[in-house]
Design a protein around this ligand. Structure first.
Ligand SMILES: NC(=O)c1ccc[n+]([C@@H]2O[C@H](COP(=O)([O-])OP(=O)(O)OC[C@H]3O[C@@H](n4cnc5c(N)ncnc54)[C@H](OP(=O)(O)O)[C@@H]3O)[C@@H](O)[C@H]2O)c1
Length: 277
């Protein structure tokens, strides 16, 4: 049995499709609300809340492989519950920031979860993705309601990754030999700036979307209201305020692991255009 956490999220819902298509055997998806969650046919929906690791016991029953999105709940408690339930292998979603910006608070938390997993006695595979293409959804309401989007660092190009490529790597790591004890930094196939992302959305929509540069203070105010001040600073450093060669590097890990080239940002746009209309 494979348990996919974050089953209704950007990575999880594609991973469930991938696992079903690959005939990976019994698969369960974790959600806090099974009545609201739409999971693919053949996937068993199981309720549990990361905030209460004890609530994960029914979902973990009989599970041998776990796909875990981290830093949403108590990762120590979740890993402990998994180990006690007999989970043998965990594929963990961490972050590229562990190696590009190890000094930032969120990266230190990611590194701590990686360490907990490596020390847990369970086999492990760590995925370290860069910025997700789906972060563009943060602009969706503004694009629907207004013509101008204000973004910080509009001309910093990062190798944004399609979440389906993270799912594809996770599916291989969960179902094929040779991926235990491996750490995979994951990026898209090319660097794309926020301005180019918005141009891609505008072009697919067939209408103009103007881009205005937001200063760091303005962007920090907005992000801090949702994420808190420290996480807002980290997001701003990672999206343009403090980039380095390690963050800018385009990697071929997706293709090496899955055998298929990583998907470009415009592919994600074409699959998600409805959100911007
Ligand atoms: N966005 C980025 O640029 C980026 C970069 C690097 C790493 N990451 C990592 O990627 C992961 C997020 O992946 P994603 O984008 O696929 O997720 P997502 O779309 O943000 O969805 C979050 C998922 O987590 C579940 N969830 C939220 N709170 C929960 C709780 N208390 N208990 C159980 N489940 C809960 C939600 O399920 P329900 O609502 O159905 O319960 C949902 O399926 C995180 O670990 C993040 O640190 C993100």
């Amino acid at each position: 049995m494979i348990l996919v956490t974050g089953a209704t999220g950007n990575i999880g819902r594609t991973l469930l499709d991938e696992l079903r298509a690959a005939g990976a055997g019994p698969v369960r998806g974790l959600t806090r609300d099974a009545a609201r969650a739409w999971l693919p046919a053949g996937v068993e929906a199981c309720e549990g809340d990361f905030a209460d690791p004890a609530s994960l016991a029914p979902a973990l029953d009989g599970v041998r492989s776990l796909f875990l999105v981290s830093r949403i709940g108590s990762d120590a408690g979740i890993l402990d519950a998994a180990r006690r339930a007999g989970v043998e292998h965990v594929v963990l979603v961490s972050s590229i920031a562990v190696q590009t910006h190890p000094h930032l608070g969120p990266a230190r938390e990611n590194a701590a979860v990686e360490r907990l997993l490596r020390d847990s006695g369970m086999a492990w595979t760590v995925l370290r993705p860069t910025q997700f293409a789906s972060n563009a959804l943060w602009w969706a309401a503004t694009i629907r309601e207004r013509r101008t989007v204000r973004v910080p660092y509009p001309d910093t190009g990062l190798p944004t990754i399609h979440p389906a490529d993270i799912a594809a790597v996770a599916r291989v790591a969960l179902t094929e030999p040779g991926h235990q004890g491996r750490t995979y930094p994951l990026t898209g196939p090319e660097r794309v700036t926020a301005r180019q992302q918005l141009e891609a959305v505008a072009s697919a929509l067939g209408r103009e979307v103007a881009v205005a540069e937001a200063g760091r203070e303005e962007a920090h105010r907005q992000l801090a209201a949702v994420l808190g001040a420290e996480a807002a600073d980290a997001v701003l450093d990672l999206t343009g305020g403090d980039v380095n060669d390690e963050l800018l590097a385009v990697r071929d890990t997706v293709e090496r692991v899955t055998g298929s080239a990583a998907r470009p940002f415009r592919r994600w746009v074409s699959e998600n255009l409805a959100a911007f209309r």
